[in-house]
Design a protein around this ligand. Structure first.
Ligand SMILES: [Zn+2]
Length: 362
C-alpha cells in the first residue's frame, strides 16, 4: 500500500505533491507533524460508523462506463462507507449501468451529468427515453433539486442542477423544464429551497455534477477550464449563488460540496487538477472526478490458482473512490483511495490524503 499525505514533505510522488501543494494553497495552516503511514494492507482507518457522530462518505466520481457491481460492491464493503455519492456521467445514456448502480446495496444518492443526456434534448412524449429510464432506475436516490434525508447519520444530501455541463448557460434547458427551471436564478432558488427542507440538526452535503463558480480560474483550479489557453472559471453560477444565499440567510450547515465533471487529469497532459478547495463557513469543496476510475492489473499466479475451476477469469482491478470522513458534522479527512479487487481479495492499494483537519491527532 502506498500512503501519500498532503502534510508530508518527504514521501510524495510528483503527482501527489502537485495535488497536495495546490490543495494546501487555500487550506487551513499546514501541520508540522510527520506523515501518517499504515502497515496494514487489509484495513483503512477504523470505519467511521454511525456511532459517535462519525460518518464515512464514499464518492464515486464520473464513472464513464467504469463500474462493475460485483467488484465495486466488494471494494465498498472493504471501505465501509455509511453513504455512497455518485457525481454522474455514468456513460453516454448508459441505462443498464445506471440500473446496476441502483442495485448497489448501500445507502446512496446520485445525480445525472451532461453525458447522461448525451443524445436527448427533451423528454419524449411517445416512449420512455433513456433519460427518463435512468431517472426511473434511480428513483428517489436521484437528488437533483431535491433533499434526501439519512436520519441515522443526521445528514441530508441536496442535489444541484441535473445535466450540468459547466459555465454560465443551462445545458439541456428543455429537460430542466421537468423541474420548472427556466434560468440560472430559478435553478439557484430550487437548490436553495431543497436545502432549507433538510431536518433541523442535519448537516447538508450538496451533490452536483459540476462545482460552483468562485473557486478559481486557473486551468488546474477545481473547476478551471483546462482546454483553452488562459483557463477560466467553468463552475456553475447557480450553485455558487445557492450556497452563498444559504450561508448568508439560513443556519443550514454545509460541511461538504461534492461534484465531478472536470476531470483530475487536465487536457493535453497539462498536469493534475486541484481536487479540494476551501470556502466560507468551513465548507470544503471536493471534486471526485478521478477518470478513468479503474486500472486493470495482471493476475498473479496465486490469483489464478485460487480461481475456482471452470469459472471465468476476472482480471484484478484497482478501483478509485474518494473517501470523506466526517465527525460531528465536520470534515476530518479526505483521501483518494485505490482498492485492489482480485477475486474475493480486497486491499488498499494506494491512499492519497488530500486533507486532514488541522486539529486531528495523527
Ligand atoms: Zn460531465
Amino acid at each position: 500500500m502506498v500512503v501519500r499525505c498532503c502534510c508530508s514533505s518527504s514521501s510524495w510522488s510528483a503527482a501527489g505533491a502537485a495535488v497536495a501543494a495546490r490543495a494546501s494553497a487555500n487550506a487551513p495552516p499546514p501541520r508540522s507533524s510527520s506523515p501518517s503511514s499504515r502497515t496494514s494492507r487489509r484495513a483503512m482507518d477504523p470505519a467511521a460508523g454511525a456511532g459517535r457522530g462519525r460518518v464515512r462518505i464514499a464518492v464515486v466520481g464520473d464513472v464513464h462506463n467504469d463500474w462493475a457491481l460485483e467488484e465495486d460492491s466488494k471494494a465498498l464493503q472493504f471501505l465501509q462507507p455509511d453513504l455512497v455519492l455518485f457525481t454522474g456521467d455514468y456513460g453516454n445514456e448508459n441505462v443498464e449501468l445506471v440500473k446496476s448502480i441502483s442495485d448497489l446495496q448501500l445507502p446512496k444518492a446520485a445525480i445525472l451529468g451532461n453525458h447522461d443526456c448525451w443524445h436527448t434534448y427533451q423528454f419524449s412524449e411517445k416512449k420512455a427515453d433513456r433519460v427518463r429510464l435512468q431517472l426511473g432506475s434511480l428513483g428517489e436516490q436521484h437528488v437533483g433539486y431535491k433533499c434526501l434525508d439519512f436520519p441515522t447519520i443526521k445528514l441530508s444530501v441536496v442535489g444541484g442542477r441535473p445535466f450540468s455541463c459547466g459555465g454560465d448557460r443551462l445545458f439541456r434547458p428543455k429537460l430542466l423544464l421537468k423541474w420548472g427551471v427556466n434560468d440560472m436564478a430559478g435553478s439557484a432558488k430550487k437548490i436553495y429551497d431543497a436545502a432549507t427542507s433538510a431536518p433541523e440538526g442535519h448537516s447538508v452535503v450538496l451533490l452536483a455534477h459540476n462545482g460552483p463558480t468562485g473557486l478559481g480560474s486557473r486551468m488546474d483550479d477545481i473547476c478551471g477550464r483546462d482546454w483553452v489557453p488562459g483557463g477560466g472559471d467553468h463552475g456553475d453560477p447557480d450553485l455558487e449563488r445557492a450556497i452563498s444565499d444559504l450561508q448568508r440567510e439560513t443556519g443550514v450547515s454545509i460541511p461538504l460540496v461534492v461534484f465531478g465533471h472536470m476531470h483530475k487529469s487536465l487536457a493535453y497532459g497539462r498536469g493534475l487538477r486541484k481536487m479540494i478547495a476551501f470556502g466560507a463557513n468551513g465548507t470544503i469543496y471536493l471534486n471526485g472526478a478521478v477518470v478513468p476510475r479503474v486500472r486493470y492489473a495482471q493476475a498473479s499466479p496465486s490469483d489464478e490458482q485460487n480461481q475456482p475451476e471452470g469459472s471465468a477469469s476476472v482480471a484484478p482491478t484497482s478501483r478509485a473512490f474518494t473517501i470523506a470522513d466526517l465527525s460531528e458534522g465536520r470534515v476530518e479527512k479526505i483521501s483518494e483511495v485505490w482498492v485492489l479487487v482480485s477475486g474475493d481479495r480486497t486491499e488498499l492499494e494506494e491512499e492519497i490524503v488530500l486533507y486532514k483537519h488541522p486539529r486531528e491527532h495523527m
